[in-house]
Design a protein around this ligand. Structure first.
Ligand code: ZN
Ligand code: ZN
Ligand code: ZN
Length: 363
């Protein structure tokens, strides 16, 4: 078998990439006669043009520019250690800057190695993408090793993520067993990556839990104000009274608990000083309200003004942790109302699209 990049292939190449559209022997004589041969492991010789190799790869340029031993001898560049077909595809890429999906499927890992050794960044990019799309449990360890050797960080990270997320299955592959025997450093790196990924997940979960807690507190604050100003089902201000006939409000699950707590607080004999935990909780909710409340005299929430006065008197001995709690509850509310607004906007925009389509349907 002999692969030859003849004048037609090159002319096609030139049509796309060069202002010289008509190829004649006068304007591009060098393209007609291959002046270098590439020798592959299978003994295949591929006749190529030095000018193409030189423009595509600085490493091949160095090899070609090296002085020859005998002036008359023809230049032969051996590319050994990879299948003949991979070398053909590599040379094809140097000519056309293209590589088919079939070639990628068959020779992707070899092409990545060649692109690295011969410094062809375009091909490396193509292989990073192509191999990334073809990652499987079975090949991920091999590709990972190669990505590290060939300095392909995007592919390396993609492999790491897959290996970490499917580790139980990856651990059973031949690739992993080979790695354990031959490359303990890489094994350690994968395990470290997994460890970091796990603690990242834990951190996010903890943050979400905290956020949920602050959000609950913020909702309790809203309900407290609502109970103390409008009144809910069983507790309300004297002049309004409970609104049993109005039915439960929109945040009734929180409101209900809070109403029970308020009724308890009003009737408990032990109270806070007697060590009643429920009363203590109510006390803290009232204090939290007062710290967040921006109404001065008009606020109807019990003890709001008293707490404010006390806080003013004790300004210097202010509790940093308490202030942090207030800040977090306020920001939890802001975050949740922002995401609600976003959801509402999305629903609205969906609604508009719906209206529009109905209207256009009528027309
Ligand atoms: Zn309510
Ligand atoms: Zn109590
Ligand atoms: Zn208040």
């Amino acid at each position: 078998m002999e692969v030859c990049y003849n004048a037609n292939t090159i002319a096609g190449h030139l049509d796309v990439h060069s202002p010289v559209t008509t190829l004649t022997k006068e304007n591009a004589p060098a393209f007609y006669e291959p002046d270098v041969q590439i020798l592959t492991s299978g003994g295949l010789r591929i006749p190529v043009h030095a000018s193409i190799l030189v423009s595509a790869s600085p490493v091949l340029e160095n090899i070609i520019d090296r002085p020859r031993k005998h002036r008359s001898s023809e230049k032969v560049i051996p590319i050994l250690g990879v299948p003949c077909g991979a070398v053909s595809s590599f040379v094809g890429f140097l000519y056309t800057s293209r590589c088919t999906e079939e070639e990628m499927e068959k020779y992707g890992i070899h092409l990545l190695a060649l692109s690295h050794v011969y410094s062809v960044p375009q091909l490396k990019q193509r292989c990073t993408k192509g191999l990334g799309e073809r990652l499987t449990i079975d090949n991920v360890v091999d590709v990972l090793q190669l990505a590290r050797l060939c300095d392909a960080p995007d592919l390396y990270l993609r492999c790491m993520k897959l290996a970490a997320s499917r580790f139980k299955a990856v651990e059973k592959t031949e690739g992993w067993k080979f790695l354990q025997d031959h490359d303990p450093w890489l094994e350690l790196q994968i395990l470290q990556f997994m460890d970091e990924a796990e603690s990242r997940i834990k951190r996010t979960r903890r943050r979400r839990q905290e956020q949920g807690l602050y959000l609950q507190l913020s909702e309790a604050m809203e309900c407290l104000e609502h109970i103390c100003t409008e009144g809910c089902t069983s507790v309300g201000p004297y002049e309004v009274g409970p609104t049993k006939n109005r039915g439960p409000c929109s945040k009734f699950s929180t409101c209900q608990g809070l109403q029970l707590l308020i009724r308890h607080f009003a009737t408990c004999k032990k109270r806070v000083n007697g060590g009643c935990l429920r009363c203590k909780r109510m006390w803290q909710l009232l204090r939290l309200h007062s710290s967040m409340c921006e109404q001065s005299d008009s606020c109807r929430v019990p003890l709001c003004r008293q707490f404010k006065l006390k806080a003013q008197q004790e300004k210097k001995g202010d509790d940093g942790r308490w202030r942090l709690l207030v800040k977090k509850v306020v920001s939890a509310k802001t975050i949740s109302s922002l995401s609600q607004q976003k959801r509402k906007r999305m629903e609205e925009s969906r609604g508009t699209v719906g209206d529009y389509s109905i209207r256009s349907f009528k027309l």
